[in-house]
Design a protein around this ligand. Sequence first.
Ligand SMILES: [Zn+2]
Length: 432
Amino acid sequence: MRNPAPIIATLCLGLLVVFLLLRTETPKPEPTQPPVPDPESTSEKPVPPKPTALSLLSENPVWTTLEAYQSSISRSDFEKLLTEIFTTDDTWREFILIRDDLAEIITSSDPAEPPFVLHFATPENTRPTPRLWKDTATRPIPPEGQPLANLHIAIDPGHIGGEWAKIEERWFQIGEEKPVTEGDMTLSVAKLLKPLLEELGATVTLVRSIAVPVTPLRPENLASLAAESATDDAASLRKFAERLFYRTAEIRARAELVNETIKPDLVLCLHFNAEAWGDPNNPTLIPRTHFHILLNGAYTPDEVRFADQRFALLKKLLQRTHEEEALVGKTIAETFAEISGLPAYTYPPGGNNVRPVPSSPLLYARNLLANRLYDCPVVFMEPYVMNSIHDYARIQAGDYEGLRKINGKQLPSIFREYADALAKGLAKHYAR
Ligand SMILES: [Zn+2]
């Protein structure tokens, strides 16, 4: 008779996988935080933690992949990055115990599950940081006029646009004027930016090149997951399923494409910022415009409690993406601000999901799904305010060559200014 043990073991494993894939958390109402500038850039809705809590549509992390980072970071660097960039309070202490020569990281709510042990680098034993992307410091000096040579840059035009713009709440219209749809605007910039970066020597891949979702899932495919996770009325359930589609499933599909296929050295996430516009058919225009860049960091207490986000935090920290994002981001930010004339955005006080980055008033750390899941440095652009009086007029003017008089000033098209300023910032950074 055949030994049934392997079959039983396989069945148990299968059931465990199904259980982990199906588990979801109950969403709680939107947190009462100060208004955020871009609804998309809000991280996944925080939900109450449960044992080995996982974010929506995420899988259980494989902690052993962090073995590659043994002895690659000193205790002081680890502690500094953890406390000054990646977290917003001391909640991490519930999950990470820092000893002299190692850190113990809780991976599961099961007390029988041993923690992941990370050994710190010492003067006698320091191993290089393993990573798939090329960092600025160790990159060979590029040839004259080709500062981006040997760099693979992925451009991720934020949102989907087209027929999806209303669903993803990145649409507004004033009277019979041209609707403002962020997903189409970011794609226009991406298409202008690609040849500029190629001229500078880069290999460039667009994460999407049409106004169609990358994910094969649609809101209707996520309706049952939404129903499991919420007990609200039909309209709220539909909204939740839509959000699961355009935010969670879409960004996860893009991350899979970036990490498994494109494998770039850097991702540029292109967005246009906005402030609360109220009714999309009668939007509020405001007098101010501004600019900032987001880097990965500032994991909130709720986010640190999710095993998958805790894992991602550590993987980012250990890959040393922050140092690279801060370096590239600073030059891009300064160049972009100089060319566009945009002032720095300042987050309203009291928010618990953002941290200023000390090296520049234009840089902030925030934990967004895209900059968390993309497995390389990510520069997440948030220039202009779509519902500012000034930028709205520029958006209505569309794309054009040369200069045109808008609001009494001779200005290039907002799309070309965006692409040119970003390309110049990258060229300046990598030419050094
Ligand atoms: Zn956006």
